[in-house]
Design a protein around this ligand. Structure first.
Ligand code: ZN
Ligand code: ZN
Length: 406
Protein backbone atom coordinates (compact mmCIF):
# COMPACT_ATOMS: atom_id res chain seq x y z
CA UNK A 1 0.00 0.00 0.00
CA UNK A 2 1.35 3.41 -0.97
CA UNK A 3 2.25 5.79 1.85
CA UNK A 4 2.38 9.58 1.46
CA UNK A 5 3.61 11.88 4.21
CA UNK A 6 2.67 15.56 4.06
CA UNK A 7 5.12 17.51 6.22
CA UNK A 8 5.82 21.08 7.33
CA UNK A 9 2.21 22.26 7.21
CA UNK A 10 -0.46 23.87 9.37
CA UNK A 11 -3.05 21.13 9.71
CA UNK A 12 -6.72 22.04 10.06
CA UNK A 13 -7.48 18.78 11.87
CA UNK A 14 -10.89 17.77 13.22
CA UNK A 15 -9.64 18.24 16.78
CA UNK A 16 -8.07 21.67 16.16
CA UNK A 17 -5.21 23.42 14.41
CA UNK A 18 -1.76 21.83 14.50
CA UNK A 19 1.06 24.19 13.56
CA UNK A 20 4.12 22.70 11.90
CA UNK A 21 2.71 19.19 11.72
CA UNK A 22 2.69 16.15 9.48
CA UNK A 23 -0.04 13.90 8.15
CA UNK A 24 0.40 10.32 7.00
CA UNK A 25 -1.73 8.67 4.32
CA UNK A 26 -1.73 4.91 3.72
CA UNK A 27 -3.76 3.88 0.72
CA UNK A 28 -6.99 5.85 0.86
CA UNK A 29 -6.97 6.70 4.56
CA UNK A 30 -5.34 9.11 6.97
CA UNK A 31 -3.28 7.01 9.39
CA UNK A 32 -1.52 9.64 11.52
CA UNK A 33 -1.69 13.36 12.30
CA UNK A 34 0.82 14.93 14.70
CA UNK A 35 2.91 17.97 15.48
CA UNK A 36 6.61 18.16 14.56
CA UNK A 37 8.48 16.06 12.02
CA UNK A 38 7.67 12.46 11.08
CA UNK A 39 9.65 9.88 13.09
CA UNK A 40 12.83 8.43 11.59
CA UNK A 41 12.25 5.22 9.74
CA UNK A 42 8.74 6.09 8.56
CA UNK A 43 8.76 5.06 4.92
CA UNK A 44 6.80 6.73 2.16
CA UNK A 45 6.76 9.59 -0.36
CA UNK A 46 7.49 12.77 1.58
CA UNK A 47 5.80 15.96 0.36
CA UNK A 48 7.01 19.17 2.01
CA UNK A 49 4.04 21.56 1.78
CA UNK A 50 6.27 24.52 2.69
CA UNK A 51 4.26 25.92 5.57
CA UNK A 52 1.01 25.87 3.66
CA UNK A 53 -2.32 24.79 5.16
CA UNK A 54 -3.38 21.16 5.02
CA UNK A 55 -7.17 21.49 4.90
CA UNK A 56 -10.01 19.03 4.47
CA UNK A 57 -11.02 18.90 0.81
CA UNK A 58 -14.07 20.99 -0.03
CA UNK A 59 -17.54 19.54 -0.55
CA UNK A 60 -19.74 21.42 -3.04
CA UNK A 61 -23.25 20.08 -2.54
CA UNK A 62 -24.81 22.33 -5.17
CA UNK A 63 -23.13 22.74 -8.55
CA UNK A 64 -24.56 22.36 -12.05
CA UNK A 65 -21.26 22.23 -13.87
CA UNK A 66 -17.91 23.77 -14.72
CA UNK A 67 -15.95 24.69 -17.89
CA UNK A 68 -18.33 23.81 -20.75
CA UNK A 69 -19.97 20.91 -18.91
CA UNK A 70 -23.56 20.95 -17.60
CA UNK A 71 -24.45 17.87 -15.52
CA UNK A 72 -27.98 17.89 -16.94
CA UNK A 73 -26.72 17.05 -20.41
CA UNK A 74 -23.11 15.92 -20.03
CA UNK A 75 -21.73 12.79 -21.68
CA UNK A 76 -19.67 10.24 -19.72
CA UNK A 77 -16.39 11.81 -20.90
CA UNK A 78 -17.52 15.37 -20.23
CA UNK A 79 -18.60 14.42 -16.73
CA UNK A 80 -15.13 12.98 -16.07
CA UNK A 81 -13.54 16.16 -17.44
CA UNK A 82 -15.70 18.28 -15.13
CA UNK A 83 -14.87 16.22 -12.05
CA UNK A 84 -11.14 16.61 -12.75
CA UNK A 85 -11.61 20.36 -13.11
CA UNK A 86 -13.17 20.72 -9.64
CA UNK A 87 -10.01 19.25 -8.11
CA UNK A 88 -8.02 22.38 -9.03
CA UNK A 89 -10.20 24.33 -6.64
CA UNK A 90 -9.62 21.98 -3.71
CA UNK A 91 -12.93 20.15 -4.15
CA UNK A 92 -13.02 16.46 -3.24
CA UNK A 93 -16.79 15.86 -3.39
CA UNK A 94 -19.55 17.35 -5.49
CA UNK A 95 -23.23 16.62 -5.61
CA UNK A 96 -23.92 16.97 -9.33
CA UNK A 97 -27.05 19.08 -9.71
CA UNK A 98 -29.67 18.70 -12.44
CA UNK A 99 -31.96 21.61 -13.35
CA UNK A 100 -35.73 21.23 -13.92
CA UNK A 101 -36.44 18.99 -16.90
CA UNK A 102 -39.01 16.37 -17.91
CA UNK A 103 -38.84 13.43 -15.46
CA UNK A 104 -37.66 10.86 -18.09
CA UNK A 105 -34.72 13.15 -18.98
CA UNK A 106 -33.77 13.48 -15.30
CA UNK A 107 -33.89 9.71 -14.84
CA UNK A 108 -31.82 9.04 -17.98
CA UNK A 109 -29.15 11.57 -16.98
CA UNK A 110 -29.16 10.28 -13.39
CA UNK A 111 -28.29 6.83 -14.73
CA UNK A 112 -25.41 8.24 -16.78
CA UNK A 113 -24.03 10.15 -13.82
CA UNK A 114 -24.28 7.01 -11.69
CA UNK A 115 -22.20 5.08 -14.22
CA UNK A 116 -19.44 7.72 -13.98
CA UNK A 117 -19.54 7.58 -10.19
CA UNK A 118 -19.24 3.81 -10.20
CA UNK A 119 -16.83 3.20 -13.07
CA UNK A 120 -14.54 6.19 -13.58
CA UNK A 121 -11.19 6.63 -11.77
CA UNK A 122 -12.32 10.17 -10.82
CA UNK A 123 -15.88 8.99 -10.12
CA UNK A 124 -15.47 9.00 -6.34
CA UNK A 125 -15.27 12.81 -6.50
CA UNK A 126 -19.01 12.67 -7.14
CA UNK A 127 -20.98 11.87 -4.01
CA UNK A 128 -24.15 11.58 -6.03
CA UNK A 129 -26.87 13.62 -7.64
CA UNK A 130 -29.00 16.58 -6.53
CA UNK A 131 -32.35 16.97 -8.29
CA UNK A 132 -33.32 20.68 -8.27
CA UNK A 133 -36.84 20.93 -9.62
CA UNK A 134 -39.22 20.51 -11.40
CA UNK A 135 -41.30 20.64 -8.18
CA UNK A 136 -40.73 24.35 -7.51
CA UNK A 137 -42.95 27.41 -6.91
CA UNK A 138 -43.58 29.11 -10.28
CA UNK A 139 -43.15 32.60 -8.81
CA UNK A 140 -39.74 31.66 -7.37
CA UNK A 141 -38.47 29.64 -10.33
CA UNK A 142 -35.42 31.85 -11.04
CA UNK A 143 -33.48 30.25 -13.89
CA UNK A 144 -35.72 27.16 -14.11
CA UNK A 145 -37.86 26.85 -17.25
CA UNK A 146 -41.54 27.52 -16.43
CA UNK A 147 -42.70 24.86 -18.90
CA UNK A 148 -41.19 22.02 -16.83
CA UNK A 149 -42.54 23.05 -13.42
CA UNK A 150 -45.23 20.75 -11.99
CA UNK A 151 -46.47 19.20 -8.77
CA UNK A 152 -44.92 15.97 -7.47
CA UNK A 153 -47.11 13.25 -8.97
CA UNK A 154 -46.99 9.88 -7.26
CA UNK A 155 -45.85 7.95 -10.33
CA UNK A 156 -43.03 10.42 -11.07
CA UNK A 157 -41.71 10.32 -7.51
CA UNK A 158 -41.85 6.53 -7.49
CA UNK A 159 -40.11 6.28 -10.87
CA UNK A 160 -37.23 8.47 -9.67
CA UNK A 161 -36.83 6.53 -6.43
CA UNK A 162 -37.04 3.14 -8.13
CA UNK A 163 -34.67 3.90 -11.00
CA UNK A 164 -32.08 6.31 -9.59
CA UNK A 165 -32.93 6.52 -5.88
CA UNK A 166 -29.55 5.07 -4.91
CA UNK A 167 -27.55 7.86 -6.58
CA UNK A 168 -29.91 10.74 -5.68
CA UNK A 169 -28.64 12.24 -2.44
CA UNK A 170 -30.63 15.49 -2.19
CA UNK A 171 -33.82 16.79 -3.78
CA UNK A 172 -34.95 20.43 -3.79
CA UNK A 173 -38.68 21.18 -3.84
CA UNK A 174 -41.18 23.80 -2.66
CA UNK A 175 -42.98 22.48 0.45
CA UNK A 176 -46.18 24.39 -0.33
CA UNK A 177 -46.96 22.29 -3.40
CA UNK A 178 -49.68 19.65 -3.43
CA UNK A 179 -48.30 16.23 -2.33
CA UNK A 180 -45.15 17.85 -0.89
CA UNK A 181 -45.62 16.37 2.56
CA UNK A 182 -46.00 12.89 1.10
CA UNK A 183 -42.93 13.56 -1.06
CA UNK A 184 -40.94 14.53 2.05
CA UNK A 185 -41.84 11.22 3.69
CA UNK A 186 -40.89 9.22 0.57
CA UNK A 187 -37.50 10.93 0.41
CA UNK A 188 -36.74 10.30 4.09
CA UNK A 189 -37.75 6.66 3.76
CA UNK A 190 -35.33 6.23 0.86
CA UNK A 191 -32.34 7.99 2.40
CA UNK A 192 -32.60 11.13 0.24
CA UNK A 193 -32.20 14.49 2.02
CA UNK A 194 -35.37 16.60 1.53
CA UNK A 195 -34.36 20.17 0.70
CA UNK A 196 -36.44 23.36 0.51
CA UNK A 197 -35.82 25.76 -2.32
CA UNK A 198 -37.42 28.05 -4.90
CA UNK A 199 -40.26 28.47 -2.44
CA UNK A 200 -42.73 30.93 -0.95
CA UNK A 201 -44.03 28.52 1.70
CA UNK A 202 -45.80 29.77 4.80
CA UNK A 203 -44.33 29.12 8.24
CA UNK A 204 -46.85 26.32 8.79
CA UNK A 205 -46.11 24.58 5.48
CA UNK A 206 -42.38 24.70 6.15
CA UNK A 207 -42.79 23.55 9.75
CA UNK A 208 -44.90 20.54 8.75
CA UNK A 209 -42.29 19.45 6.19
CA UNK A 210 -39.46 19.92 8.72
CA UNK A 211 -41.36 17.72 11.16
CA UNK A 212 -41.66 15.15 8.36
CA UNK A 213 -37.88 15.21 7.86
CA UNK A 214 -36.85 18.16 5.63
CA UNK A 215 -33.31 19.09 6.66
CA UNK A 216 -31.73 21.67 4.34
CA UNK A 217 -32.39 24.86 2.33
CA UNK A 218 -31.10 25.45 -1.19
CA UNK A 219 -29.47 28.89 -1.78
CA UNK A 220 -31.28 30.81 0.96
CA UNK A 221 -32.10 34.47 0.18
CA UNK A 222 -32.08 33.66 -3.49
CA UNK A 223 -35.53 32.59 -4.80
CA UNK A 224 -36.77 31.99 -1.23
CA UNK A 225 -39.46 34.39 0.01
CA UNK A 226 -39.17 34.77 3.77
CA UNK A 227 -42.18 36.80 4.94
CA UNK A 228 -45.64 37.85 3.86
CA UNK A 229 -47.88 40.72 4.87
CA UNK A 230 -51.10 39.82 6.68
CA UNK A 231 -53.89 40.81 4.26
CA UNK A 232 -56.29 41.26 7.20
CA UNK A 233 -54.11 43.36 9.53
CA UNK A 234 -52.26 46.34 8.13
CA UNK A 235 -48.46 46.06 8.31
CA UNK A 236 -48.50 42.89 10.35
CA UNK A 237 -45.89 40.43 9.12
CA UNK A 238 -46.65 36.73 8.89
CA UNK A 239 -43.77 34.34 9.51
CA UNK A 240 -42.76 32.42 6.41
CA UNK A 241 -40.34 29.62 5.60
CA UNK A 242 -37.36 31.71 6.70
CA UNK A 243 -38.60 31.79 10.29
CA UNK A 244 -39.12 28.01 10.30
CA UNK A 245 -35.70 27.12 8.90
CA UNK A 246 -33.93 29.52 11.26
CA UNK A 247 -35.93 28.27 14.25
CA UNK A 248 -35.41 24.52 13.74
CA UNK A 249 -31.80 23.60 14.49
CA UNK A 250 -31.92 20.37 12.50
CA UNK A 251 -32.21 22.34 9.24
CA UNK A 252 -28.97 23.42 7.59
CA UNK A 253 -28.87 26.44 5.29
CA UNK A 254 -26.68 27.01 2.26
CA UNK A 255 -25.57 30.33 0.77
CA UNK A 256 -24.03 30.83 -2.64
CA UNK A 257 -20.55 32.26 -2.02
CA UNK A 258 -21.25 35.29 -4.17
CA UNK A 259 -22.09 38.87 -3.07
CA UNK A 260 -24.23 39.41 -6.16
CA UNK A 261 -26.52 36.46 -5.33
CA UNK A 262 -26.36 36.93 -1.55
CA UNK A 263 -25.94 40.45 -0.13
CA UNK A 264 -22.99 40.49 2.27
CA UNK A 265 -24.78 41.01 5.64
CA UNK A 266 -26.54 37.66 5.27
CA UNK A 267 -23.21 35.86 5.72
CA UNK A 268 -22.55 37.20 9.20
CA UNK A 269 -26.22 37.01 10.10
CA UNK A 270 -26.30 33.28 9.36
CA UNK A 271 -22.97 32.75 11.15
CA UNK A 272 -24.55 34.23 14.25
CA UNK A 273 -28.03 32.70 14.29
CA UNK A 274 -27.58 29.10 13.09
CA UNK A 275 -25.77 26.33 14.99
CA UNK A 276 -22.16 26.28 13.82
CA UNK A 277 -22.52 22.92 12.03
CA UNK A 278 -25.64 23.95 10.05
CA UNK A 279 -24.15 26.64 7.79
CA UNK A 280 -22.98 25.71 4.31
CA UNK A 281 -21.35 27.42 1.34
CA UNK A 282 -22.03 26.21 -2.20
CA UNK A 283 -21.15 27.52 -5.64
CA UNK A 284 -24.38 26.74 -7.56
CA UNK A 285 -21.96 27.13 -10.45
CA UNK A 286 -22.93 26.69 -14.08
CA UNK A 287 -21.27 26.17 -17.43
CA UNK A 288 -18.59 28.87 -17.81
CA UNK A 289 -17.13 28.41 -14.32
CA UNK A 290 -13.36 28.21 -14.43
CA UNK A 291 -13.19 30.27 -17.64
CA UNK A 292 -11.66 33.77 -17.70
CA UNK A 293 -13.74 36.96 -17.56
CA UNK A 294 -15.24 37.80 -20.94
CA UNK A 295 -15.69 34.17 -22.03
CA UNK A 296 -18.94 33.85 -23.99
CA UNK A 297 -21.20 30.87 -23.35
CA UNK A 298 -23.87 29.75 -25.83
CA UNK A 299 -26.76 27.81 -24.32
CA UNK A 300 -28.60 25.00 -26.10
CA UNK A 301 -31.52 27.34 -26.87
CA UNK A 302 -29.21 29.83 -28.57
CA UNK A 303 -29.11 32.40 -25.74
CA UNK A 304 -25.71 33.77 -24.90
CA UNK A 305 -24.06 34.86 -21.65
CA UNK A 306 -20.62 36.04 -20.57
CA UNK A 307 -18.46 35.41 -17.51
CA UNK A 308 -17.71 38.38 -15.26
CA UNK A 309 -16.15 38.24 -11.78
CA UNK A 310 -17.65 34.89 -10.82
CA UNK A 311 -21.11 35.44 -12.28
CA UNK A 312 -22.77 34.91 -15.64
CA UNK A 313 -24.59 37.80 -17.36
CA UNK A 314 -26.92 37.75 -20.37
CA UNK A 315 -26.00 38.99 -23.82
CA UNK A 316 -29.14 40.30 -25.48
CA UNK A 317 -30.06 42.98 -28.04
CA UNK A 318 -32.76 44.17 -25.60
CA UNK A 319 -31.01 46.63 -23.24
CA UNK A 320 -33.46 45.66 -20.45
CA UNK A 321 -32.15 42.08 -20.57
CA UNK A 322 -28.53 42.64 -21.63
CA UNK A 323 -26.20 42.26 -18.64
CA UNK A 324 -28.83 40.63 -16.41
CA UNK A 325 -27.59 38.13 -13.86
CA UNK A 326 -28.18 34.57 -15.07
CA UNK A 327 -26.14 32.42 -12.71
CA UNK A 328 -23.05 31.78 -10.64
CA UNK A 329 -19.55 30.95 -11.88
CA UNK A 330 -17.72 31.04 -8.55
CA UNK A 331 -15.35 28.27 -7.39
CA UNK A 332 -15.35 26.77 -3.88
CA UNK A 333 -12.01 28.21 -2.78
CA UNK A 334 -13.05 31.73 -3.82
CA UNK A 335 -16.49 31.29 -2.23
CA UNK A 336 -14.93 30.27 1.10
CA UNK A 337 -12.51 33.19 0.99
CA UNK A 338 -15.41 35.58 0.55
CA UNK A 339 -17.27 33.97 3.42
CA UNK A 340 -14.29 34.54 5.77
CA UNK A 341 -14.24 38.18 4.75
CA UNK A 342 -17.99 38.92 4.83
CA UNK A 343 -18.83 36.93 7.98
CA UNK A 344 -15.65 38.15 9.70
CA UNK A 345 -14.62 34.64 10.71
CA UNK A 346 -11.28 32.83 10.62
CA UNK A 347 -10.11 30.79 7.65
CA UNK A 348 -10.39 27.67 9.81
CA UNK A 349 -14.04 28.41 10.69
CA UNK A 350 -14.92 29.40 7.12
CA UNK A 351 -13.62 26.08 5.76
CA UNK A 352 -16.07 24.18 7.99
CA UNK A 353 -18.91 25.68 5.90
CA UNK A 354 -17.44 23.88 2.89
CA UNK A 355 -16.20 20.63 4.45
CA UNK A 356 -17.54 19.12 7.69
CA UNK A 357 -20.89 20.96 7.60
CA UNK A 358 -21.96 19.70 4.17
CA UNK A 359 -20.62 16.26 5.19
CA UNK A 360 -22.99 16.28 8.19
CA UNK A 361 -26.00 17.30 6.08
CA UNK A 362 -25.17 14.61 3.51
CA UNK A 363 -24.56 12.02 6.23
CA UNK A 364 -20.97 11.26 5.15
CA UNK A 365 -19.16 12.82 8.11
CA UNK A 366 -17.89 9.41 9.26
CA UNK A 367 -15.77 9.05 6.10
CA UNK A 368 -14.89 12.57 4.91
CA UNK A 369 -15.27 16.31 5.58
CA UNK A 370 -12.54 16.60 8.22
CA UNK A 371 -9.00 15.44 8.82
CA UNK A 372 -8.92 12.60 11.32
CA UNK A 373 -7.22 9.22 11.53
CA UNK A 374 -9.40 6.62 9.79
CA UNK A 375 -11.15 9.03 7.44
CA UNK A 376 -10.48 9.29 3.72
CA UNK A 377 -7.44 11.38 2.81
CA UNK A 378 -9.59 14.01 1.04
CA UNK A 379 -7.29 17.00 1.31
CA UNK A 380 -6.71 20.48 -0.12
CA UNK A 381 -3.31 22.15 0.37
CA UNK A 382 -3.95 25.90 0.33
CA UNK A 383 -2.37 29.21 1.27
CA UNK A 384 -3.81 31.92 3.52
CA UNK A 385 -5.65 33.45 0.54
CA UNK A 386 -7.40 30.17 -0.30
CA UNK A 387 -5.24 29.52 -3.38
CA UNK A 388 -5.03 25.76 -3.93
CA UNK A 389 -1.68 24.11 -4.68
CA UNK A 390 -2.57 20.46 -4.30
CA UNK A 391 -5.64 18.25 -3.96
CA UNK A 392 -5.75 14.63 -2.81
CA UNK A 393 -8.82 12.48 -3.39
CA UNK A 394 -8.87 9.36 -1.21
CA UNK A 395 -5.09 9.46 -0.94
CA UNK A 396 -4.46 10.05 -4.64
CA UNK A 397 -2.98 13.32 -5.93
CA UNK A 398 -5.57 14.63 -8.39
CA UNK A 399 -4.22 18.18 -8.66
CA UNK A 400 -0.66 19.44 -8.25
CA UNK A 401 -0.24 23.06 -9.25
CA UNK A 402 3.49 23.23 -9.06
CA UNK A 403 3.95 19.78 -10.51
CA UNK A 404 6.88 19.21 -8.23
CA UNK A 405 5.54 16.47 -6.03
CA UNK A 406 5.12 13.53 -8.41
ZN1 ZN B 1 -31.78 27.15 -7.72
ZN1 ZN C 1 -28.94 25.37 -8.65
Amino acid sequence: MKTIILTNGTIFAEDGIIKNGYLVISGKQITAIAAGSPPDGLEGDIIDVQEKIISPGFIDMHTHGILDVDFMESSYEDTEKALSAYAQYGVTRVVATMLSNPIPAIIAQGKLLRSVKQESPIGSLMHGVHIEGPWLAPRCRGGHAAEYLCIPQKEDVEAIIKQIGDVVKTLTYAPELENALWLTEQLVENGIVPVFGHTEATYEQAEQAIKAGARHVTHMYDTTLGYKENPEEALVMLPGMETAVLYYDQVSIELIGCPVHVPKPFFKFLAKVKPSDKTIIVTDSLVGTGRPDGTIITYKDGRKAYVEKGVLRMIDPDPAVNGNLTGSAVTMNVALGRLAEYAEITQHDAIKWGSCNPAVTLGIEQETGSLKVGKFADIAVIDEDFNVTMTLLQGKIVFDKEGCYE
